[in-house]
Design a binder for this molecule. Structure first.
Ligand SMILES: *Cc1c(COP(=O)(O)O)cnc(C)c1O
Length: 456
């Protein structure tokens, strides 16, 4: 009889964290973002044009702990604390002496970690009298999470969805509409930024950079409308720190301390949230941290450190980060949530300081690891999350070879129920790994804002 034991470390509603942990407090000496027009460091006041005061304050805060209002903790209680599992069946299948743990964020109403920041942003906007939230979405996880949070707090939501995903993921659009949101394929004729792109290329597949430009344009033109960001920005990583805070308490129940932390990175929010409390000086010696990205969009491994725009039209502040260039158009890939030209400045700085390693992996290896996980642990992971799993498999096999019983914790950022087409194509052997388009990358680097290049 096979062993079907499941080890799950559970916390109760009272253990929902009372404060978020701010990675910015532990990194020190961070470069400020730069205003796109004045060229001066961005202040909380500048941000008021697109977000409410409390989020602007959090974005520029260097405090270590920021209290979570009870209204947000009450919303979190619908699915938090999330479980932490020991992946014993995966360990056994790999024959590894390593102990593998995962923090599962797929049990939120929308199936990913994005709901953690969506409810926080909706709450602060509702408190500030905002009536509509606009945003961009790639694969649709963020758009659906914001749509859910908008419904919870009584705000209208409009989502610009990258056209190629809009066409390939009709259920995601319906999911957003089920919550009462409006979903528009981007580039769209509804904004100047969208019209400019369509004039140059009527068949443009879209990108997150273009969708952010469209959403930012609407937010700038209407005082009752705010922009909501699903990743990258400091306040988003702050909200995601509930993941790491709970994981610390759960590993204490397991009487373990991680040697390695692993997560997939698109904009860097789920990994940033997982690692935040582990980088705090009081947490002891920091573990190795591995950020995993697709070879088709290798921001940390191939990007340059520069001041660059978060969007393609150049409406947003310039962020100091690893970037492939704001005009880089990553190829359509199944892990749509990892298809972004830049990365959170906080994670970029952590990598620059040697606190975080980066690894880029091809999507076929990742989807194969995702299936292996489904067949051992019983959860079909999001294609994005399968990147973390592929790196976990590599690390577990390294431990096996070296005979080392290390402790590995990874973030399982979401389930893959809306992304079965990726697995369908993989199972039918229709997926191939494409080499990076070096010419497109070079052309994009050449279009980085001139004065902004910090380092080659
Ligand atoms: C959006 C998304 C990601 C990537 O975004 P980060 O900000 O890097 O976390 C990863 N996994 C899932 C399931 C997502 O929805």
């Amino acid at each position: 009889m096979p062993d079907t034991t499941t080890t799950r470390y559970l916390l109760g509603e009272r253990d929902i964290p009372r404060a978020w942990h701010n990675l910015a407090a532990d990194l020190g000496g961070l470069a400020p973002s730069v205003h796109p027009v004045t060229g001066r460091p961005v202040t909380a006041d500048d941000l008021l044009a697109i977000m409410p005061p409390e989020l602007a304050r959090q974005e520029t805060s260097r405090e270590a702990e920021i209290e979570i209002p009870w209204q947000i903790r009450r919303a979190y209680a619908q699915w938090r604390p999330t479980p932490l599992f020991r992946a014993r069946r995966l360990e056994r299948a790999l024959g590894t002496p390593a102990r593998i743990y995962y923090k599962y964020e797929g049990c939120s109403p929308t199936g990913s970690h994005k709901a953690n920041t969506a409810v926080a942003q909706a709450f602060y906007n509702q408190q500030a009298g905002i009536r509509r939230l606009v945003t961009d979405t790639g694969a649709g996880q963020w758009g659906s999470s914001l749509a859910y949070a908008g419904a919870l707090f009584g705000l209208a939501v409009q989502v610009f969805m990258v056209r190629v995903s809009y066409q390939h993921k009709p259920h995601r659009r319906t999911f957003m509409e089920a919550y009462g949101a409006r979903c528009v394929p981007s580039p769209s004729p509804e904004t100047a930024a969208g019209r400019a792109v369509l004039a140059a290329d009527p068949d443009c597949e879209g990108s997150l950079g273009i969708a952010i430009s469209e959403a930012a344009e609407l937010a700038l033109s209407d005082p009752a409308t705010s922009f909501a960001s699903g990743s990258v920005l400091n306040h988003v990583l702050l909200h995601q720190s509930v993941i790491g805070k709970e994981a610390v308490a759960q590993l204490a129940l397991a009487d373990d301390h991680p040697d390695v932390l692993i997560g997939c990175v698109g904009g860097g929010s789920n990994l940033g949230g997982l690692i935040a409390p582990f980088l705090h000086p009081a947490a002891g010696p920091p573990p190795r941290i591995i950020a995993v990205e697709p070879t088709a969009c290798p921001t940390l491994t191939r990007g340059r450190i520069a001041y660059d725009f978060a969007d393609s039209a150049g409406l947003t502040p310039m962020l100091r980060m690893h970037t492939l260039g704001h005009t880089y158009m990553p190829p359509a890939l199944h892990a749509g949530g990892l298809r972004y030209h830049g990365i959170a400045p906080l994670l970029s700085a952590a990598h620059e300081r040697g606190l975080v390693e980066a690894l880029s992996l091809p999507q076929t290896e990742c989807l194969a690891a995702g299936l292996r996980f489904a067949r051992t642990e019983g959860i079909v992971p999001a294609p994005e999350s399968s990147h973390a799993i592929a790196a976990v498999v590599r690390e577990a096999l390294r431990c096996k070879e070296a005979g080392r019983a290390e402790s590995i914790l990874f973030g399982l950022s979401g389930h893959g129920h809306f992304d079965l087409t990726a697995y369908e194509n993989h199972l039918a052997d229709r997926l191939h790994d494409q080499p990076l388009d070096e010419n497109a990358l070079a052309a994009s680097f050449a279009r980085l804002p001139a004065a902004a290049l910090v380092q080659d």
